[in-house]
Design a protein around this ligand. Structure first.
Ligand SMILES: [Zn+2]
Length: 306
């Protein structure tokens, strides 16, 4: 009798001590159904438990993410993603992947990428501005590799916040995605946005982050790359002066350098690059929209966890 009571108590203790983290419940996934080429978008997953590991999968890239606790006991995963201006129109899948207590869940969502008509800008410039001389080719390639390395990694803790800080007050002089034709030869679409800025204008980081590159490049001149976490990075090109170094944390709006006309430019301006999950995207929509606005009107999907 006593033995069976002990067994019953032990069983009860065992049942109660089972990890309850991955207990069935439901998750909520909110994402857009449709965006256009180059348009940044926000995806969000609310979980009833804290995941041991989480990541976002988008266009063949996996980005580790750290969940953030909400006041009501839920945990939130959020990510910014986007496509480049030249990404083919069609359907793509964005997915969160979550691990907890040895179990794995995948949350896929289909997004339609709509075509956007980007204007064309035709410019006649000195030929040496279009075709770099042979002696700098290996330098350009080495710089490209360093940038690719910097963009391949992003820390899992999210430091960015919306709306993004506008790095300088100046107007947009060349929008993102414009198809530039120099001396009759088409070049790749504009990978960032050019903002008017006189030489010496302080350039503020679009969000908090950590500097990952601060150096002089052939095309971008003095350039600073900042990792804002969760697959979001920004770049500031053609600076006349760099005020930060690799590994240095920066706050939103903190000066990373002064605007200038270094590298391949026709005049002083700030070239701002925004990279989401390894792809460049248009930063301008994120100067205005906060997270609520980006998720507004999205119905979301309730997914039961089994
Ligand atoms: Zn530019």
């Amino acid at each position: 009798m006593r033995r069976s009571l002990i067994a019953a108590v032990l069983l009860l203790v065992l049942l109660l001590s089972r990890p309850v983290g991955a207990a069935p419940g439901s998750a909520r996934f909110v994402a857009p159904d449709r965006v256009v080429q180059g348009e940044p978008f926000l995806v969000e997953l609310l979980l009833p438990f804290e995941p041991d590991r989480a990541e976002l999968r988008w266009l063949g890239r996996s980005q580790p993410l750290r969940a953030e606790p909400l006041a009501d006991g839920l945990w939130r995963l959020r990510a910014l993603a986007g496509t480049t201006a030249s990404h083919p129109a069609g359907k793509e899948i964005v997915a969160f992947r979550v691990e907890a207590d040895g179990r794995t869940w995948s949350f896929p969502w289909q997004i339609e990428i709509g075509a956007k008509a980007f204007p064309e800008s035709r410019l006649t410039v000195p030929e040496k501005m279009v075709v770099p001389p042979d002696e700098v080719r290996s330098r350009i390639e080495a710089e490209g590799r360093r940038v690719a390395q910097a963009l391949a990694r992003s820390q899992e803790e999210i430091l960015w916040a919306l709306p993004l800080h506008r790095p300088v007050k100046g107007i947009v002089t060349c929008p993102y995605g414009w198809r530039r034709v120099y001396n009759g030869k088409p070049r790749s679409p504009h990978s960032g946005v050019d903002l008017r800025a006189a030489v010496g204008t302080p350039v503020g980081a679009v969000a908090a982050g950590v500097v990952v590159l601060a150096e002089e490049h052939y095309f971008a001149g003095n350039v600073v790359y900042v990792d804002h976490g969760g697959g979001v990075l920004s770049a500031y090109g053609h600076l006349s002066r760099i005020d930060v170094g690799p590994g240095q944390p920066v706050k939103a709006g903190q000066t990373v350098g002064l605007a200038g006309a270094t590298g391949r430019v026709t005049g002083p301006h700030l070239h701002l690059g925004l990279f989401l999950q390894g792809r460049h995207a248009d930063a301008v929509p994120l100067f205005e929209a906060d997270e609520k606005a980006l998720l507004e009107g999205r119905e979301g999907l309730e997914v039961s966890l089994r």
